[in-house]
Design a protein around this ligand. Structure first.
Ligand code: TRP
Length: 355
């Protein structure tokens, strides 16, 4: 990986202004496939970071419905039913549409058009070599029936990123190959144009990129059915925390317990606001005398406090679909104007600008 990546420490970033001043106008693009409600894994992996980024950068969040279709072509409701769910999740956690442009991929024609132009610059072999695509293809068991849209989604993602002239793209580490492929396309296009039309981008990695599922066996994921949604009820939170794996050998309260690989501590690290207190809990647990029940109670209260206001706000938004649509439409119109300019430049680079 020859990308320069920036490790974003959300807490540090919130308290420093150095980064802000250096690049206050930089454009940030992030997105989510609209295939389900967002969960706590999204919260620590990206949403929290976006709350900070919206204060400092020109941030766009793309509801990637077209990308969601790339492996749901025969099950499109999974995407269409979730567009407003995702928007409600954004607003519920505090994404502010006056600071962040929230827009809908399928309603921005320039993104699809750019994909067609870029497709001529990327070989099938290169797509097959993309490590993310490769492992996704393996895990999805498409067999000989890989949808063309799926194989080519890195090209569409390059269209998304370049259309907004984004220089910073917050992603999980699984998405780094997408950034690399985007920058290859940028260099090829600029070479053809004989000038710098498109800009290269850098990934912005969040500190916590993956939250494990409650049993610690996988990452938290809607498709695996192991997630705590952002509108989880108090009861669902209690049940989820109770089911969490700790240290299988920690059978009695007075025994020393293991912190490494203990899911409850992973969650406390991710969500508990006072890191010193978590350090004390770890020491106590390792020494013996801190039971799993007491430990889980602390995590449970912390998650109840975190989720309750999000759940409330989310319910308010989801009950006002007209408002959600209005917000998404306004953001999309803003995005259309922005991305059309880049499309015209790219068409000109290919000499396709008669009128
Ligand atoms: N690939 C992202 C995901 O899996 C969604 C996405 C689409 C995206 N276009 C993007 C992310 C552009 C960052 C930039 O959720």
């Amino acid at each position: 990986m020859n990308n320069q990546s920036t490790l974003l420490d959300t807490k540090a970033l919130a308290t420093t202004t150095a980064v802000t001043k250096a690049s206050s106008k930089a454009k940030v693009l992030t997105g989510d496939r609209a295939t389900g409600q967002l969960h706590l894994g999204h919260y620590v992996g990206s949403l929290q970071q976006r709350l900070i980024l919206q204060e400092q950068y020109e941030q766009t969040i793309l509801v990637a419905d077209l990308q969601g279709l790339t492996d749901n072509g025969h099950n499109p409701h999974k995407v269409s039913d979730n567009i407003l769910n995702v928007v409600a999740d954004y607003l519920a956690v505090g994404i502010d549409p006056t600071k962040t442009t929230i827009c809908l991929q399928s309603a921005i024609p320039a993104l699809s058009e750019l994909t067609m132009y870029y497709a001529n610059l990327v070989s099938v072999a290169r797509l097959m070599r993309n490590p993310t695509v490769k492992s996704e293809i393996a895990s999805k068991a498409f067999g000989q029936s890989i949808p063309t849209g799926f194989l080519t989604y890195p090209i569409s993602q390059a269209a998304d990123i370049t259309a907004f002239k984004a220089t910073l793209v917050p992603v999980g580490d699984d998405q780094l190959p997408m950034i690399e492929q985007t920058n290859e396309i940028v260099r090829k296009l600029n070479h053809i144009a004989g000038q710098q039309i498109l800009v290269e981008c850098q990934p912005l990695l969040s500190k916590v990129s993956r939250l494990p599922s409650c049993d610690g066996k996988n990452k938290m994921s809607k498709s695996m059915g192991n997630c705590i949604l952002l509108d989880a009820s108090a009861k669902q939170i209690t049940t989820a925390v109770k089911s969490m794996y700790t240290d299988a050998n920690h059978l009695k309260v007075e025994q020393p317990g293991q912190v490494a690989g203990n899911v409850v501590f992973t969650y406390l690290d991710a969500f508990y606001p006072d890191a010193d207190y978590v350090a004390q809990l770890k020491a106590h647990y390792q020494q013996g005398g801190l039971g799993d029940g007491a430990l889980k109670k602390i995590l449970e209260e912390c998650l109840q406090q975190l989720i309750a206001p999000i759940r409330e706000r989310r319910a308010m938004y989801i009950n006002d679909k007209a408002q959600l649509i209005e917000i998404l439409k306004a953001g999309t119109e803003h995005a259309q104007a922005e991305t059309d300019q880049v499309l015209q430049q790219v068409k000109s680079a290919f000499g396709l600008n008669l009128f």
